[in-house]
Design a protein around this ligand. Structure first.
Ligand code: XMP
Length: 592
């Protein structure tokens, strides 16, 4: 690990919500260094901080075993802001009352500020906010008074200015709370008297010193993915240690997007002046995946192959002999147990299974220069280091690559009529609550207009139509939907190439139109549904998200959608182009 030297001014206590990292990021965006800490951190460990934020979370304060904070926190003289569940804790522990409401409040709401105080300074009396709660504060604790309300929530904000304690029922950290940034800024600078101490780009010399200290006179090996994090970590190590002591390996699995291996080779060769290799393993991967159709089996085989290839590289390059350590691009959210990224677990198991790498980690032979940073901050570091925008603006891309976007089925089956469209006989993965579903897809005959609420429509249809977890709309198809059918299909080189071409078309048009900058990720999926000698179709899945845990389907401008569909239908073997309307949940981002 690489330690940093900035001391946090603010701790965000994590009560298990998905928003704790978002809160810390928003605070850092104001130039104040914040870290996430577990909710039950004893108050003496928080002494010296300028302020504490208690995050929202899914639990109810009156349930046994729900997360709690050190009750002495509220008499320690440290200013505190409780958000949602954090506010409930403040009320509950301070002698107020929290009750489950009859109806929850989810989504946009209007806040009426009754008493501005320092927290709402500079805000109009009526504000658009974003709510997500069922419990609410019924009685404020002694010392507090209510500061704002909504139509359905009598205590939407409360405060005890003397102790500098504040609670908000709504979420200032999400963009839908229009003046959320101002409220956080008021808390940081008016209430806590924080100073601006955080600018990630200015940390570069400190990071480089830390790398030199932890690496000593050894070398650093990176397995590069083509993603931003490993590229920035690798570049920092080269700057700190010189190119001769840093080596990067990129494994070409044959499952990558068009031009990826060339892009990565050009990029890293120019950065590293020769200390970079590509391991060509496409044939091995494709042979191992031949005939495999089950999505989980595909993932396992790819994981196992990766392990084999990495072990081989470690042995062959004598990286285990004590002179080398492993470099990784692990970023801050990946280091925190709860509230981590959607795929932190996967990445962990994946690495754990490489015995050689596990040995390096156990022997503390690992350097991770980015463990204090969020993704946007890593991007800023990369920009300051002079890495190209083509790398920095890349969307996240899954490790198993196109393999999870190329669906395979065993049987030839026709589509089935349903009340609202046609059920396609391919199954995709979804999430409902904590469990995964694996169900067929409903296809509509037309794309909704911007006036129609996509989320509503897809959710309504999924609730109404038994046994589906995803809704798509046909954009263009060479045959009527009623004539479509699946045909038995594998992860063949031919189908991967078909997907690769469609993905390249979409990437180019999304980039040239600037649409890709307005979304988080744009998977392009090949499904074995076709007609008339064209066995496959393509699904477009542009989504907006903060961290991949939840995501919204994004409506594309119609001309762009038509341009994409036209170009994709020119690809051999493609019968139709569909548009995925489903949010996550109930669907996932990837189809698998
Ligand atoms: P889902 O499909 O679960 O995806 O909604 C959430 C996010 O995780 C990405 N993803 C992965 N990333 N290795 C990764 O590095 C993986 O195995 C993996 N699987 C899914 C997905 O692209 C989305 O951003």
């Amino acid at each position: 690990m690489t330690e940093q030297h900035v001391r946090p001014q603010v701790a965000v206590l994590d009560t298990g919500g998905q928003y704790c990292h978002l809160i810390a990021r928003r605070i850092r965006e104001q130039g104040v260094y914040a870290e996430v800490a577990s909710a039950d951190t004893p108050v003496d460990k928080l002494a010296g901080l300028k302020g504490v934020v208690i995050s929202g979370g899914p639990a109810s304060v009156y349930e046994a075993g729900s997360p709690t904070v050190d009750p002495n926190l509220f008499s320690a003289g440290v200013p505190a802001l409780g958000i949602c569940y954090g506010m409930h804790l403040m009320a509950h522990l301070g002698g107020g009352a929290v009750r489950r409401g009859d109806r929850g409040e989810f989504g946009l709401a209007l806040l009426d500020i009754d008493e501005p105080g320092p927290l709402f300074a500079g805000l109009e009396p009526r504000q658009q906010i974003w709510m997500s709660h069922r419990d609410a504060v019924e009685a404020v604790p002694p010392g507090f008074h209510a500061m704002a309300h909504t139509d359905t929530c009598a205590v939407a904000a409360m405060g005890d200015p003397a102790r500098r304690l504040y609670g908000l029922q709504f979420h200032p950290e999400v963009v839908h709370t229009r003046r959320g940034a101002q409220i956080l800024s008021n808390f940081l600078f008016e209430v806590c008297r924080c100073s601006r101490d955080w600018n990630p780009a200015r940390q570069i010399p400190t990071i480089e010193d830390a790398i030199r200290r932890s690496v000593g006179d050894r070398g650093v090996l990176f397995f590069l993915s083509g993603g931003i994090d490993s590229a920035v970590a690798y570049t920092l190590c080269i700057r700190a240690l010189g190119p001769d002591r840093v080596h990067g390996v990129y494994v070409d699995t044959g499952l990558m997007r068009e031009g990826e291996t060339e892009f990565v080779s050009t990029l890293f060769s120019s950065l590293a002046a020769g200390s970079f290799d590509v391991e060509h393993a496409a044939e091995e991967f494709l042979t191992a995946l031949a005939g495999v159709r089950d999505p989980e089996r595909k993932r396992n085989i790819i994981g196992e192959k990766f392990v084999e290839v990495q072990e081989r590289i470690l042995e062959r390059g004598h990286y285990l002999d004590g002179h080398w350590i492993l470099g990784q691009g692990t970023i801050y959210p990946d280091t925190i147990e709860s509230g981590g990224t959607a795929h932190a677990d996967l990445i962990k198991t994946h690495h754990n299974r490489v015995a050689g790498i596990q040995r390096l980690i156990e022997a503390n032979r690992i350097v991770e220069p980015l463990t204090s940073f969020y993704k946007d901050e890593v991007r800023e570091l990369g920009r300051t280091l002079g890495l190209p925008e083509t790398l920095l603006e890349r969307h996240p891309f899954p490790g198993p690559a196109l393999a999870i976007r190329c669906l395979c089925v065993d049987a030839a089956e026709p589509v089935q009529p349903a009340e609202d469209g046609w059920v396609l006989p391919v199954r995709s993965v979804g999430v409902q609550g904590d469990s995964r579903s694996y169900r067929p897809v409903l296809a509509l005959e037309r794309v909704p207009t911007p006036e129609e609420d996509l989320h509503d429509l897809a959710t309504r249809l999924i609730n109404r139509t038994a046994n589906i977890n995803r809704v798509v709309a046909v954009v263009r198809c060479r045959a009527p939907l009623s004539e479509l059918r699946t045909c038995p299909s594998d992860l063949s080189a031919e189908r991967l190439e078909r997907l690769r071409r469609a993905d390249a078309v979409v990437r180019k048009l999304a980039h040239d139109s600037g649409f890709d900058r307005s979304i988080w990720q744009f998977p392009v999926v090949l499904i074995p549904v076709g007609a008339a000698g064209r066995p496959d179709s393509i699904v477009l899945r542009p989504v907006d998200s903060v961290d991949g845990m939840t995501a919204n389907s994004v409506l594309m401008p119609r001309p762009l959608l038509d341009a994409m569909a036209g170009a994709i239908l020119d690809i051999d073997g493609i019968a139709g182009v569909f548009y995925d309307l489903t949010h996550k949940p109930p669907a996932t981002i990837e189809w698998e």
